[in-house]
Write a protein of this length. Structure first.
Length: 186
């Protein structure tokens, strides 16, 4: 239809261009019937063209609205996904920080327990060492008495005398606990 309108407008232009001029003026003499016929055809064609242009504009508006709605939806989904990723990263980061905190606390606790255990073992070893020293001193005293008696009367020492010689000397409180099988924990 647009082609027909352009053709009719071209015919109008040719009619005016080919018309005879009026002397001493810029006016021309045009065949009225021919001019009115062309104008009438253009009027008949224009409403269809205008309607078609309106339809195209309406379609354009619909396409733009649909594209805008789709773009808004894509943007909303992208924002939601970005928020989910940020939330997931925050959860992951928090979990990682919590795990590191737990590991550090466990290491500190293990170190503390190791130090406490080492201190307890050291105390026990010290108590055993004192007890061994005490027993060794008793054994030396008993042997010394046997030697002294052995010089006076070989073999004359009685079992009672040897036992008295082996009598326990005063010992540190920790050693008595060890003798009784008691243990202390810190």
């Amino acid at each position: 239809m647009a082609v027909e309108v352009h053709e009719k407008l071209g015919e109008l232009a040719a009619l005016v261009s080919g018309a005879r001029g009026v002397p001493l003026s810029s006016s021309v003499v045009v065949d009225r019937e021919q001019l009115l016929s062309l104008v009438s055809e253009v009027r008949r064609l224009l409403p269809a063209e205008v309607q078609q242009a309106g339809d195209v504009l309406a379609q354009r508006d619909e396409v733009l609205a649909a594209a805008q709605a789709e773009a808004d939806e894509v943007l909303a989904r992208a924002r939601e996904r970005a928020e989910e990723l940020v939330d997931a990263q925050a959860v992951t980061r928090a979990a990682r920080e919590r795990a590191e905190s737990i590991v550090l606390a466990a290491r500190d606790e293990a170190k503390r327990l190791r130090v406490d255990a080492d201190a307890w073992v050291d105390r026990k070893l010290s108590d055993f060492e004192e007890e061994l020293d005490r027993l060794q001193q008793q054994a030396h005293r008993g042997r010394d008495r046997l030697k002294v008696r052995g010089g006076e009367d070989e073999g004359a020492a009685t079992v009672t005398e040897v036992a008295e010689a082996a009598e326990p000397a005063p010992v540190a409180a920790g050693a008595h606990k060890a003798e009784r099988g008691e243990t202390s924990r810190s």
